[in-house]
Design a protein around this ligand. Structure first.
Ligand SMILES: NC(=O)c1ccc[n+]([C@@H]2O[C@H](COP(=O)([O-])OP(=O)(O)OC[C@H]3O[C@@H](n4cnc5c(N)ncnc54)[C@H](OP(=O)(O)O)[C@@H]3O)[C@@H](O)[C@H]2O)c1
Length: 513
């Protein structure tokens, strides 16, 4: 692992949920793993007035409740004391230059007290409306200026990065005014997940996949990111976004880019991000007039899933009764390049689904000669390579095998690789990996400015198509189902089907020879 230089980690929005649930626990885990520099400091910044001690109390509480190791084995008190002795809080507004000047002075003091050498990692964990004033405040107070004697001033930006192409371009322009691209770390926490990183290892460290990884041998690819929770608790916020912006533009597109990209020339940030960006630029645009043919949108109705009842999305607090915001989206995309020409990518995401599941299914073509089928009633099932991103992390290969016995019974069997079983070592949380990478300056798992714009350029015409009065409104679906019927039609009319809960291999053939 690269050595981390001394640095101060400054969290904007430190009074918020993400800081407590993920960021502060991640800093604790990095300290526990010996991945933080000896000289570090953790500074919380938000508008809520709070003393250093009150912030230290929040840190203790968050670590005890949410750190992955503390939950299992209890807190390491010595480490916790070390962390809190280097934790500070600074209250301020986001749009007030004087507050940023005071922050700069405070950070200079902390540099002296904690030996953090003027290196800073700023983490923007606020709602997006605060991003622009924070970047401007940092820039105007000189906190992003690169000094020869200070190795780094870096900025992690939470999602969402814009709500469409123009807003993403605008935010990129603000970043470019105050920072160099090498200082900007746009986060998508999916990229910090072990399985997602393993996708590149699977593809580029194993020679068996590459010859098959193209339109000649792959029938299609499916990506599902399903949540059982509904949007009722944060419907006011969600209504401005919807499934397409909240999930597809970032998490699902990142997964798709890693499946579809060409091998990078090097395993460095520039080469990897070049290849991912090319994927977005190769996606065949869905024109506004084509939206209803290639995209399905839905809204959950009244019902129950996972023991949680809902009166339906349109009845949730903060949602206008005529809202057309989608809580479910499914679409068929084509990547028009030499590797993927003609191979559909089906993607779907939704709330109030029957299972929490993020997985990629790569479905290979059926054998060219239907040897067994000649004597049997049902067809041999094609091979699936299933990449499980959540809740389990692992890979499953479905192949056809003979059932022992005198007759030729065939069924699909799974060759499974599950992270936890194989490595007997708990995978780090995505935020641990990403904060560490930002401290050591590795941008490979962060999104580049042109990459985020290329992704929005695919989404925007769909959103515009949906705004047309002639476009179909979102179709209702019952909580606990896999979305509206048209989402099934989207794939089934092509002679394929969604791989729901495909963990259970399905019997393929039962025949006597
Ligand atoms: N929560 C998650 O699991 C999660 C997951 C992925 C991404 N994110 C992203 O991470 C960011 C932070 O999420 P969060 O759940 O922690 O948000 P949050 O709790 O709503 O907000 C974080 C803090 O920002 C401040 N804040 C709230 N509204 C503000 C406004 N309009 N202008 C300026 N400051 C405001 C508040 O602190 P003060 O009032 O004290 O200033 C609040 O404690 C968001 O951009 C979110 O999209 C969150």
């Amino acid at each position: 692992m690269a050595a981390a230089l001394p640095c101060a980690i400054v969290i904007f929005g430190a009074s918020g949920d993400l800081a407590k649930l993920k960021l502060i626990p991640a800093v604790y885990e990095l300290l526990r793993e010996g991945l933080l520099p000896e000289n570090f400091a953790l500074i919380g910044y938000a508008r809520t007035p709070m003393s250093d001690d009150a912030f230290r109390h929040i840190c203790r509480d968050a670590i005890a409740k949410f750190s992955r190791t503390a939950k299992k084995h209890g807190v390491d008190d010595a480490l916790l004391d070390r962390l809190t002795s280097r934790a500070f809080y600074h209250a301020g507004q986001y749009g007030n230059p004087e507050d940023f000047s005071r922050l700069r002075d405070r950070l200079n003091e902390i540099d002296h007290a904690c030996g953090t050498s003027g290196n800073r990692l700023f983490y923007m964990s606020t709602p997006p409306e605060a991003f622009e004033p924070i970047i401007a405040g940092l820039g105007q107070s000189g906190l992003t200026t690169r000094h020869a004697e200070h190795p780094f001033q870096r900025l992690i930006i939470e999602k969402p990065f814009g709500v469409d192409l123009p807003t993403a371009e605008h935010l990129n322009a603000i970043c470019n005014t105050h920072l160099g691209e090498e200082q900007v770390f746009r986060i998508d926490h999916y990229l910090g997940k072990e399985t997602v990183q393993n996708l590149m290892v699977l593809r580029f460290a194993n020679s068996i996949f590459e010859p098959l990884w193209n339109h000649r041998y792959i029938d299609h690819v499916q990506i599902t990111v399903a949540e059982t929770v509904n949007a009722d608790d944060r419907a006011g916020y969600y209504d401005k976004s919807g499934a397409l912006r909240d999930m597809v533009q970032n998490h699902i597109f990142q997964l798709m880019a890693l499946v579809a990209m060409e091998p990078p020339a090097l395993l460095d940030a520039r080469s990897i991000r070049d290849e991912k960006t090319k994927v977005y630029k190769s996606i065949r645009p869905i024109r506004e007039s084509q939206v209803d043919s290639f995209v399905v949108r839905g809204q959950y109705s009244a019902g129950e899933v996972g023991g949680k009842k809902t009166d339906g999305y349109l009845k949730a607090k903060g949602v206008p009764p005529d809202s057309r915001t989608e809580t479910f989206a499914a679409m068929k995309l084509f990547i028009d390049n030499w590797r993927w020409s003609g191979t559909p990518f089906y993607i779907r995401t939704g709330k109030a689904m029957p299972a929490k599941m993020s997985q990629i299914t790569v479905r290979f073509n059926a054998p060219p000669l239907t040897l067994f089928q000649k004597q049997c009633e049902s067809p041999v099932y094609p091979n699936d390579l299933i990449i499980k991103v959540a809740p389990e992390e692992g890979i499953s290969w479905h192949i056809n095998g003979k059932v022992p016995g005198g007759s030729m019974n065939i069924r699909a069997v799974a060759l499974d690789f599950l992270y936890n079983n194989t490595f007997k070592k708990e995978a780090p949380e995505a935020y641990e990996r990403l904060i560490y990478d930002a401290i050591v300056g590795d941008q490979s798992l962060f999104i580049r400015g042109d990459e985020v714009e290329a992704a929005w350029a695919v989404i925007d015409p769909i959103e515009r198509g949906w705004q047309r009065s002639t476009s179909r409104p979102p179709e209702p679906y019952a909580p606990g189902t896999w979305g509206p019927r048209r989402a099934m039609d989207l794939i089934e009319l092509d002679g394929r089907r969604w791989a729901q809960n495909n963990d259970e291999p399905q019997p393929i053939i039962a025949c006597a020879v």
